[in-house]
Design a protein around this ligand. Structure first.
Ligand code: MG
Length: 156
């Protein structure tokens, strides 16, 4: 077994789609980023990379690389799951939290789980929780959205 932790945050800005956990969520702002800014997917990817002991998301997908510009983060996840498989590991469990004051994310959680499974996370092995930050800090003020994740990998 190997364990990894992941954290990410992105700024909320006008004129961007809001994509969290692979789901396009109707909202007046979206997350700024080189890729689609999918903060939850990035936290999950970094947890997997951490469990592999393979550096971090910035090492694998530099934001200077044109091919990752506006890329779906689920493609990046697919890539990292391939790396895990090539090293003989599979996902045993992922737990995660999205911290956002608005919009309300709970109606989208099942769709997010399906999107993760579509990218190769084994069915029934991901937990996603959404919470507010009680109006405190950058997430509480709606300046951005943060996410945390842990991942347990098992040797196949
Ligand atoms: Mg990110």
């Amino acid at each position: 077994m190997r364990i990894g932790i992941g954290y990410d945050s992105h700024r909320l800005v006008e004129g961007r789609r809001l994509i969290i956990g692979g789901v396009d969520i109707p909202f007046e702002k979206g997350l700024l980023g080189h890729s689609d800014g999918d903060v939850l997917c990035h936290a999950v990817i970094d947890a997997i990379i951490g469990a592999l002991g393979a550096g971090d998301i910035g090492k694998h997908f530099p934001d200077t690389e044109e091919r990752w510009k506006d890329a779906s983060s689920m493609l990046l996840l697919r890539h990292i799951l391939g790396l895990a498989r090539s090293e003989g590991y599979e996902v045993a469990w992922i737990d995660s939290i999205v911290i956002a004051e608005r919009p309300k994310l709970s109606p989208h959680i099942e769709s997010m789980k399906s999107a993760f499974e579509g990218a190769g996370i084994p069915p029934g092995t991901i937990s996603i929780k959404a919470k507010t930050n009680e109006l405190m800090g950058f997430t509480g003020r709606g300046e951005g959205i943060a996410a945390q994740s842990v991942c347990l990998l098992k040797k196949k």
